[in-house]
Every structure is written in structure tokens, then in C-alpha cells.
Design a protein around this ligand. Structure first.
Ligand code: SF4
Ligand code: SF4
Length: 442
């Protein structure tokens, strides 16, 4: 075909018309580049196509038929952490979240990954959103967890494939008790009830960090909330949504809405930032479903991060006792960038007498957790984790606080690799310790 014929050939979009990234949203990008310094992958590699601007350019090219969904195209989107630091940085209000979710949906449908990648991802998605299955897989770790951590210190360990190493180093510390513990379906408010709230117990949270759920219930009850934890709830769909498995995410969203609507709660409280940000997106996720769109919008409007809810209920009822510790607060990306929640956790921590609340350098940069990112992209995640730990270590904390279970696992694992043994906690655990007058480090 000569160049003239080639130029006049009609272009075929690489994307189909189901869950297509919006051309109008893409065109809000004016290519100014303000987002580049806050993008973790641009920071690591300095590659235009691994920046938000570059990725938006790739979306536009695919939409207009100028590029195909090739291995290199997929690579640039697999490398994106979905951290939404670009959304915070963008002066033009580019909504990168729905753009990358829909681009990933197109990739999921039109790109056949290498066999091992397909199997690895299929296992993760058949496991992580199902607490019953996850409990079975985590049970052996309750027994051999210490041996696994000792293994990771052997020189031979570095010769294992990166994803296998990540599975070992990121394996959470669980016990039989933590795997079997549950939250009561109803906890009464202390004093006259101010609100009736429903708690999302989370898939990883309920098994790996049940003490975070316990602390959340105690603090909410102490502040006058009746807390319901409907047993019918399942996964909120966050992992599926962020990976472009949009139909799976919709199914999880419908089930979650139904469970909390039946409980008749005023607010839905979330203590996992990644889950909270997805649940606040249900309105958009189900916008084209006439049977669910209104319910989804109403549901999203009632979702709150636990720190937002504690501020919202008003003047604290429970006395805060002193906690003498230096705490570094790390902004979880899906709390700070995706939900815009930055001041509430800090204000609540600063209200604890004796607590020294510090913020590390590069606080807008992701720690490398990002859902399943640290499992599927272990090298980049490892670099970001080590970088985050260096900045935190410079402040010599006693405790690191962050509002997302993924960040808690990633920071603890990265600190462990550097020989550091901070307590990594959820902010609500510090508030709970202060109310109960106990040392949170014990
Ligand atoms: S979501 Fe994060 S990693 Fe992805 S383009 Fe935006 S800033 Fe970069
Ligand atoms: S800051 Fe916003 S408008 Fe500027 S290049 Fe980045 S995404 Fe585009």
C-alpha cells in the first residue's frame, strides 16, 4: 500500500464501544505536564509513556485507531499504580480514574496475556475478593509465617522469581485467632445514639487486621454510633474495578448496596481507603443500569471514610488520654488523591494529647502497594516501598499510621527488608488506644 492509500485508509479504533474511555474526558488534558513530577512511574523511569500525559496520549491514539493494544501499550498501563496523584496535580481537572479503569477493561477483553501472567492474575482474582477462600490460603501462614520470613533473609532467596519473592515478603502476619475473629452484627452506641452506621468489614481487613475493625467499632460506639456489620456483605469490588474487570466490579457493587440498604443505615463507614474510593464511585459505575443507578448514587453519597465520619458526628464524647509517641502519618493514595481526605485523619491524631504527628517527604508519592500492584509488579513496587521507608525513617518514628490495609502491609514489609521494626497501625487504632488509655505499641 502506497503512503497516499495508507493515509486515506479509514482508521479502526483499537477499543470497542463497551466501557470505552470517554473522548471528552481525554480531551480535557492540555498536555501541560504539571502531573509528571507526582507520577511514581515517571519518577522511577523518566519515560513520557509512563507518565499520566503519556498514558492519556496512548488512550487517545487507541481510540482514534492510531495505535493497537500491543504488548508495549499494555505494559504502560500495567505499570500505572492507579494512585491518582495525577488527579490531585492536574489543574485542568482531568478525571484519570475512569479513563484508566476503562482502558484496562479494553485490555482485559482484547489482549491475551502470556500464560503465566494469565494464571497468576486469575488466581489472585479468584482468591482475594473471597474471605472464605482467602482464609484457607492464609491458614498455613499462621503456622509457617516465621519460617517464611526467615527464608526471605537467605541469600538463595534473591534467586527466586520476583513474583514468588513478593508473595513471601508480603505475606501478612496472621494467627488462628485473627483468621477466625469477627465483628458483632450489632454494637450499641454509648449514650444517646447520634447515627446508625454500617461497617464494611473488608476482605483482607477482616482476616489480616481484625484489630482495626475492632478498634473502629469501639471508637464509633464511644462517639455515639450504633454500628451494624451486615453478614450479607462481601467484597466491595475495588480490586476488580481498579484492574478493569468492570462487570465483576458491578456485581460486587450491587451485592454491597443491597446488604447495606437492607440494614437501613444512615452512613456506610469504611476503614480501607481503596474500598472507600470504589464505593464512592458506585453511582458512576452503575450509571447505565436503570434498575440500580438511583440506588447506587444514593449509596455512594452515604459512604464515609472512618476519619470523615468521626469528624462528622461532631464534638468528641469520649475523653482522649495521652499517648506519648512519634507517629508518621502516611497518606494512602486512595484516601488523599481519590477521596480528597487529608485533614481529618491528621486532625484526629493531633487531638490526642502527647502524640507528635509528622508527615514524611514526598507524601504525595505512592508506597507501591496499590491493590495487587506489589504482587504483579514487584520490582517497581519494591523500589517505591524502599523509597517511602527511607523518607519515614528520616523522622525516626515509634509508629507509622496509614488508613489502608494494603499500605500497612507494604510499609511493614519494606521496613522489614531494611531491618526496621516500626509498629504500623491504622489511625483509628491510635484513637482507640487514646480513648482506652493504653499504650498502642503494646
Ligand atoms: S495513577 Fe499514579 S502511576 Fe498512574 S499515571 Fe497517575 S500518577 Fe502515574
Ligand atoms: S496535569 Fe492534567 S492537563 Fe496537564 S498533562 Fe497532566 S493530565 Fe494533562
Amino acid at each position: 500500500m502506497n503512503p497516499l492509500e495508507q493515509a486515506s485508509r479509514p482508521l479502526h479504533p483499537a477499543f470497542d464501544t463497551v466501557d470505552t474511555p470517554s473522548a471528552a474526558l481525554i480531551d480535557t488534558c492540555v498536555h501541560c505536564g504539571f502531573c509528571l513530577p507526582t507520577c511514581p512511574t515517571y519518577l522511577l523511569w523518566g519515560e513520557e509513556m509512563d507518565s499520566p500525559r503519556g498514558r492519556i496520549y496512548l488512550m487517545k491514539s487507541a481510540l482514534e485507531g492510531r495505535t493497537a493494544i500491543s504488548p508495549s501499550f499494555v505494559r504502560h498501563f500495567d505499570a500505572c499504580l492507579g494512585c491518582m496523584a495525577c488527579v490531585t496535580a492536574c489543574p485542568s481537572g482531568v478525571q484519570y480514574g475512569p479513563l484508566v479503569e476503562r482502558t484496562r477493561a479494553q485490555i482485559e477483553r482484547h489482549y491475551r496475556r502470556p500464560f503465566t501472567d494469565r494464571v497468576f492474575r486469575a488466581v489472585l482474582f479468584r482468591l482475594l475478593p473471597y474471605p472464605g477462600r482467602l482464609r484457607l490460603v492464609l491458614a498455613p501462614i499462621a503456622v509457617v509465617g516465621h519460617a517464611m520470613r526467615a527464608l526471605s533473609r537467605l541469600r538463595l532467596f534473591k534467586r527466586l522469581p520476583a513474583r514468588l519473592r513478593a508473595l513471601v515478603t508480603l505475606a501478612p502476619q496472621v494467627s488462628w485467632a485473627s483468621l477466625m475473629r469477627g465483628v458483632p452484627e450489632r454494637t450499641a452506641a454509648s449514650g444517646a445514639p447520634r447515627l446508625k452506621v454500617g461497617l464494611l468489614t473488608g476482605c483482607v481487613q477482616r482476616l489480616v487486621f481484625p484489630h482495626v475493625n475492632d478498634a473502629t467499632v469501639r471508637v464509633l460506639a464511644a462517639e455515639g454510633c450504633e454500628v451494624l456489620a451486615p453478614s450479607a456483605q462481601g467484597c466491595c469490588g475495588a480490586l476488580a474495578l481498579h484492574a478493569g474487570r468492570i462487570e465483576d466490579a458491578r456485581a460486587f457493587a450491587r451485592r454491597t448496596i443491597d446488604a447495606f440498604d437492607k440494614a437501613g443505615v444512615d452512613r456506610i463507614v469504611v476503614n480501607a481507603a481503596g474500598c472507600g474510593s470504589s464505593m464512592k464511585e458506585y453511582g458512576e459505575l452503575l450509571a447505565d443500569d436503570p434498575a440500580w443507578s438511583a440506588r447506587a448514587r444514593a449509596f455512594s453519597a452515604r459512604v464515609r471514610d472512618v476519619s470523615q465520619l468521626i469528624v462528622e458526628v461532631g464534638e468528641p464524647r469520649a475523653v482522649r488520654h495521652p499517648v506519648r509517641a512519634r507517629v508518621v502519618y502516611h497518606d494512602a493514595c486512595h484516601l488523599a488523591h481519590a477521596q480528597g481526605v487529608r485533614t481529618q485523619p491528621r486532625d484526629l491524631l493531633r487531638a490526642i494529647p502527647g502524640l507528635d504527628v509528622l508527615s514524611p517527604a514526598e507524601q504525595d508519592i505512592c508506597c507501591g502497594s496499590a491493590g495487587i500492584y506489589n504482587l504483579v509488579e514487584p520490582d517497581a513496587a519494591g523500589e517505591l516501598g524502599a523509597r517511602k521507608v527511607r523518607h519515614i525513617a528520616a523522622l525516626a518514628p515509634d509508629v507509622v499510621a496509614t488508613g489502608n490495609p494494603g499500605c500497612m502491609i507494604q510499609i511493614a514489609a519494606s521496613a522489614g527488608q531494611a531491618g526496621l521494626t516500626w509498629r504500623v497501625m491504622h489511625p483509628v487504632e491510635l484513637i482507640d488506644a487514646s480513648i482506652r488509655g493504653v499504650d498502642p505499641r503494646l
